[in-house]
Write a protein that binds this ligand. Structure first.
Ligand SMILES: [Zn+2]
Length: 374
């Protein structure tokens, strides 16, 4: 095993091209926040849906694309627009297909797509049709690009708990058929996750994975509830975890991964700016942190962009970025053995990409050491 510490000069420069070439995961990505702008316009025309604007530029403005909105509630308004065209089987298929294709283009190797089927029933679609359409889109994209993907079904905090239970039943029925987890999304403040405990009880008793949006628009109590009442295996965001050192250590000790989405966290006002984002502090402290897009369209981002931000604005070195990437694969909702195989292939690929970009062999050898265990 190589023991010499890599010298900063050993590392190739962190270019966009290098970040794009590295294999990546996106574990926190909303289907209804990640459409292509042109697709929304096209779907609206076909479905005779009125949008707030009829040009890509106008639509981008209307959904505050890439803008700081100041609050999660304000940020979520964009979904009124995207959901207005996501009420048919064809549109759901297309959104899922294009999302996986776009992710594959920047070398995302493993994608977990999340959405709440209950938000797609306005025209009477059956929940099963909604789930099948998305799974089919992802399947076809996988055939074409080899991007591996799975689905997380979301309950919504501000919709009644009985609906969350119905959605949990749906997730349970599709377990081992493309659905790997259950989440709670939506307005966090005033809508505690423990109100939805019946849904989580069903999910946990069926051995389905749980991730919960928490500590994004409300304090650490929300994270504690997600973990202690609802059995969360991962936390969506967890930005405010730093406010409670005891809980921070609990999350660290139990290796509960955080799905962080830096650009989105700034846009929702969860953090004031990138400089005050806790990602690097959590990383340095030893937490299992992952980096994700949240909403590729609304946040106007990609995994490549988020990694670039982590490098330029948070001080992540290339070595750190590789560790962050590997944490994504480690945190995937995949069976252990499958994950271990994937991790092995990914480590080899990271080494190959770095070597191709001019990293010396001793550095390449030393990098994946922290990454062999799933
Ligand atoms: Zn989210």
């Amino acid at each position: 095993m190589a023991t010499s510490t890599p010298h900063p000069g050993d590392f190739p420069p962190v270019t966009e091209e290098l970040l794009r070439a590295l294999p990546k995961t996106d574990l926190h990505c909303h289907l209804d926040g990640s459409l292509r702008l042109e697709t929304i316009l096209d779907l609206a025309e076909k479905q005779k849906v009125r949008l707030p604007a009829d040009t890509p530029e106008g639509l981008a403005r209307a959904i505050h694309m890439g803008q700081n909105t100041g609050s999660l509630e304000k940020y979520l308004e964009a979904f009124d627009v995207t959901l207005s065209v996501l009420q048919t089987e064809e549109s759901l298929y297309r959104a899922a297909y294009e999302l996986a294709i776009d992710a594959a283009r920047e070398n995302v190797r493993y994608l977990e797509v999340r959405y709440a089927p209950v938000l797609h029933t306005r025209l009477g679609l059956k929940p099963t049709t909604i789930v099948d359409a998305v799974l089919e889109g992802l399947r076809v994209a996988k055939r074409e690009t080899h991007v591996k993907s799975n689905v997380i079904i979301c309950g919504i905090r501000h919709i009644d708990p009985a609906t969350s239970l119905r959605l949990a039943e749906l997730a349970v029925a599709y377990k081992n058929r493309g659905v790997v987890g259950y989440d709670l999304a939506g307005a966090e403040e005033g809508y505690p996750s423990k109100d939805h405990q019946a849904a989580f009880q069903l999910i946990l008793s069926n051995n389905v994975n749980v991730t919960i949006h928490a500590g994004e628009a409300f304090g650490p109590e929300s994270i504690a509830q997600a973990v202690h009442y609802c059995g969360a295996h991962r936390i969506g965001h967890g930005v405010r975890l730093r406010e409670n050192g005891d809980l921070l250590n609990y999350i660290n000790d139990h290796r509960v991964p955080l799905e962080m989405c830096p650009s989105s966290n700034v846009q929702t006002g969860s953090v004031a700016d990138m400089k005050s984002h806790p990602l690097k502090f959590y990383f340095d402290f030893g937490l299992r942190v992952t980096i994700n897009t949240d909403n590729r369209l609304i946040t106007d981002t990609t995994l490549t962009k988020e990694l670039g931000i982590a490098h330029r604005e948070m001080g992540f070195t290339l070595e750190d970025l590789c560790t962050l990437i590997v944490s994504g694969f480690k945190s995937a909702f995949l069976p252990y053995r499958e994950k271990a195989d994937l991790l092995k292939a990914v480590n080899q690929e990271i080494a190959a990409v770095l070597a191709k970009h001019g990293a010396p062999p001793k550095l390449v050898e030393s990098l994946p050491r922290n990454a062999r265990e799933a």
